[in-house]
Design a protein around this ligand. Structure first.
Ligand code: HXC
Length: 510
């Protein structure tokens, strides 16, 4: 018996050693943790239950028969984060470069299947040279099996990808189909074709970092939600992030008690809006002053900065926040901000997270770049996402809500449940100046007359009361009472139930 136990320990030790000391040292020298160190940081101490430690690849070609490492380049299993169940897989770059073999893929699929069955998030840590080159099509088949599960898990359990090394070629499409992608600066990259192929095909010289590094994807492409300084920061932030999410579409997000009073008045909000309607102010200040303890987990903070998205708690309940940001492009909706917010709204709706929307939007961004880039279709994504969402929707218009963008931003007409306006709100088809220049085009040379008409239009329409008179706004509220009013609305909406008509699925403009 003792001998059998010893053999087991030896096998376990072999799996834990991964690709050996030399490769582990090389991994550390690059500033990266190993697959197991990452899991240790991610999960609660001693909570990790590892599966398939003894799985080996089945390849005999190119000398692979004599090269077998138990675990085959990925560590999989489940554990807890702040006591809540999550499934994990963590690719081990020290074993065949973390490349994906048929057996490696089977291990990932096993945890994904189980996560769907029991209803718990899947966190994938990616650090891989891609398809196991020695296995050829068997590896491609493995990827496709993972892809299929990403699709089946979408909207059922939250899926989070943490990119902590290479992720290239078709391999990028698994993270791409998950809900959130976190990357590490100067250490991770994602691209469909690498710098060498790019040079051959387009003659562009580009580095790994420029082509698909964390800054590129968190600022330019919008592929990544967040970029972190190092592995440790990324994993600790994943822990904080998961805490805000429900385990699956069958559960509510965990309620957390907060010392922040639900009826807290925030007097400074009464002076947040500048008297000049063209002067910007920071919408993030409003968000942090309204949510519990000022804690706002912002997503994509450096991409499409004209809209803010992220999670917070209000009255202890997780909410998704969407807000126009007047500091950037005057808060206009454009292609990127529409895509960013639409995907976020759909995540919230999948997982029963109420949406709180703060509106200050002068319209859609004009220009050929926008029109030729299909702002029509992209803007429609956000409109569609809000309109189909059945979760509680609370909207606060702080200043401008003009034109089609008024309709889009969780208006009453898109089944907004509670729609508030501040007294400074201007809800109209367009700004007073633009409106007068169209209606009184003949008087355009007479600046005094135009100024009078503009003031008349402003008095009449640039207020919340025309919309309020029609019931499109449920109440005009004091800015300082915003938190209290949202809290009460969310409490009233807690058991909201509406359903969309039966359909196989919708056809959102893609
Ligand atoms: C098998 C691989 C591998 C792979 C790396 N290794 N990638 N083994 N299949 N795809 C092995 C190396 O042989 C090496 O083994 C160890 O991993 C570390 O690799 P290095 O090259 O020494 O590391 P580094 O210098 O850091 O470079 C990392 C890298 C490079 C840039 C990722 O390894 C690389 O270019 N790999 C090939 C990438 C690739 O072309 N993959 C296939 C793409 S096609 P030893 O024994 O020396 O430690 C694809 C299609 C997916 O992925 C399609 C899905 C639909």
């Amino acid at each position: 018996m003792q001998e059998i136990l010893k053999q087991l320990e030896e096998k376990r030790a072999a799996a834990r050693a991964g690709g050996g000391k030399k490769r582990v040292d090389a991994q550390h020298a690059k500033g990266r943790l190993t697959a197991r160190e990452r899991i240790e940081l991610l999960l609660d101490p001693d909570s990790f239950e590892e599966w398939d430690m003894f799985v080996e690849h089945r390849c005999h070609d190119f000398g692979m028969g004599s090269q077998r490492v138990p675990g085959d380049g990925v560590v999989t299993g489940y554990g807890t984060i702040n006591g809540r169940l999550v499934f994990v897989f963590s690719q081990d770059f020290t074993v065949f470069g973390g490349s994906l073999s048929e057996a490696h893929a089977e291990k990932i699929c096993k945890v994904m299947d189980q996560a769907i069955r029991v209803g718990a998030p899947v966190i994938g840590i990616n650090d891989s040279g891609g398809a196991r080159i020695q296995e050829g099509v068997a590896s491609l088949a493995g990827y496709a099996e993972v892809f299929q599960r990403n699709i089946m898990a979408s909207g059922v359990v939250p899926q989070i990808s943490v990119i902590m090394g290479p992720c290239a070629g078709g391999a990028v499409y698994s993270p791409a189909m998950t809900d959130f992608i976190f990357m590490v600066k100067d250490s991770s990259y994602m691209f469909v074709t690498g710098p060498d192929v790019v040079k051959t095909v387009t003659h562009e010289n580009v580095t790994f970092e420029q082509l698909g590094g964390a800054l590129t994807h968190s600022q330019k492409s919008g592929v990544a939600d967040l970029a972190f300084e190092n592995d440790v920061e990324a994993l600790l932030e994943v822990r904080r992030f998961v805490d805000m999410l429900p385990a699956s579409n069958r559960n509510k997000a965990p309620q957390r008690t907060s010392p922040d009073p639900i009826d807290r008045d925030e007097m400074s909000l009464d002076t947040l809006i500048p008297s000049n309607p063209n002067k910007p102010y920071d919408m993030k200040e409003l968000i942090t002053k309204v949510v519990d303890e000022g804690d706002f987990f912002e997503l994509q903070p450096n991409f499409a900065r004209n809209i803010l998205t992220g999670f917070a708690r209000i009255g202890g309940e997780t909410v998704g926040i969407v807000a126009n940001q007047p500091m950037v492009l005057a808060g206009c909706l454009d292609i990127d901000s529409s895509r960013k917010a639409a995907r976020f709204v759909r995540f919230c709706d999948c997982f029963d997270i109420p949406i709180v929307t703060f509106v200050d939007v002068p319209g859609f961004l004009p220009g050929t770049t926008q029109e030729h880039g299909a702002i029509i279709k992209h803007g429609a994504k956000l409109l569609f996402a809000y309109g189909e969402a059945t979760v509680p929707k609370v909207t606060v218009i702080t200043r401008k809500a003009y034109g089609g963008a008024y309709d889009v931003m969780s208006s009453k007409h898109l089944r907004g449940d509670v729609n508030f306006a501040w007294p400074t709100a201007e809800i109209a088809v367009m700004g007073p100046k633009g409106a007068v220049e169209i209606i009184f085009r003949a008087d355009i040379g007479d600046s005094a007359k135009i100024a009078d008409r503009t003031e008349e239009y402003r008095q009449k329409f640039a207020t919340p009361f025309v919309a309020g008179a029609r019931g499109f706004i449920d109440d005009v509220i004091m800015p300082h009472s915003t938190r209290k009013r949202i809290c009460r609305s969310l409490a009233m909406l807690r058991d909201k139930k509406i359903e969309n008509p039966w359909k196989k699925h919708d056809n959102i403009p893609l």
